[in-house]
Design a protein around this ligand. Sequence first.
Ligand SMILES: *Cc1c(COP(=O)(O)O)cnc(C)c1O
Length: 374
Amino acid sequence: MSGARSEIPVTRSSMPDFVEYCQEIAGLWDSRMLTNMGAKHRQLQGELAQYLGAEHVDLLANGHMAIEMSLQALGLSGEVITTPFTFASTTHAIVRSGLEPVFCDVEPKNFTMNPQEIERHITKRTTAILPVHVYGALCDIKAIEKIAGQYGLKVIYDAAHAFGARYQGQGAGSFGDVSCFSFHATKVFHTVEGGCACFRDAEFGQRLARIKNFGLAGQESVEEAGGNGKLDEFRAAMGLCNLRHVQEQIAKRRRAAERYRERLLGVPGLQLAAEQKDVESNYAYFPVVFHPEEFGADRDEVLSCLESQGIRARKYFYPLTSAFGCYQGRFDSDKTPVAQGISRRVLTLPLYADLTLEDVDRVCDGVLKIKRRG
Ligand SMILES: *Cc1c(COP(=O)(O)O)cnc(C)c1O
């Protein structure tokens, strides 16, 4: 092949048809109801409840506010058991809510919270568990539910990676006291920016609805020190359009992910996420853990080698949230050795609905070429 080859980004936002979106928003020029829980907002909430398998859904301005405002609506105090192998948002939401994160290690196959490690972190001050579904794999929902029930703890799932994933046929929005989704532009389903909380308890829902709207309960009554977590009509409209195509988008991601597996599974020194029995993934990310002793090159070498071929991969998640500069000295990342090991060795490879199989092959060729050199 001659000439420079195009860059392969690590992710690429999906877009609905331009005309489809224009039709969806056209009515807003007449109604002038641009935000504050309008018709698009209500419609998207209903459709998402159906799709995610949730009894109730409340839309929020982004996934982060979904977590933060859910923590406030639950009225938690004390310690929250969580994972350091996540995006900044999860841990920051706990800290910004005046709660203390307690870091539990992850299991080595899917990088989600290891339920066998949870109990030893429970103290008199523990009030909740905040696990994260990682890359499209789901947590050990049954085991977490059992421990939470035994100790009377709330469970809030960070489900930012789990849109469309299912456990035993049930949508990821049906688990825990609350499941929080992100609709950021880079996620499997998006509203540009946005998010939602899925839950069962209607009373919790009333509190959350107030908290996201400045705590207002009526024209003259303010019952919570709330904030502004509302999702506007333009973004709800984007969601309505994207939701019509999300199943097809997941199917395309699946084809790309399967091609990656065909090419990379069993290569010495490469560890792929394990396929989970009973779980239907959404193929949100394609992580590869590089074990340098066997692979002959470490993660950082692979990253820069791919870069030089115009292929963007991402150190995701690195560093562990417990190692962030802003938390200097407060947490000991050595106490979650599995999470630390994965974080130092993992890359997520390009994956999005429009990624061609030809480009998947180019990425795989790029990775395998590095191995031969090693
Ligand atoms: C994207 C993401 C968030 C935050 O969602 P935003 O919509 O960007 O606020 C939280 N947790 C995880 C694991 C994420 O990937």
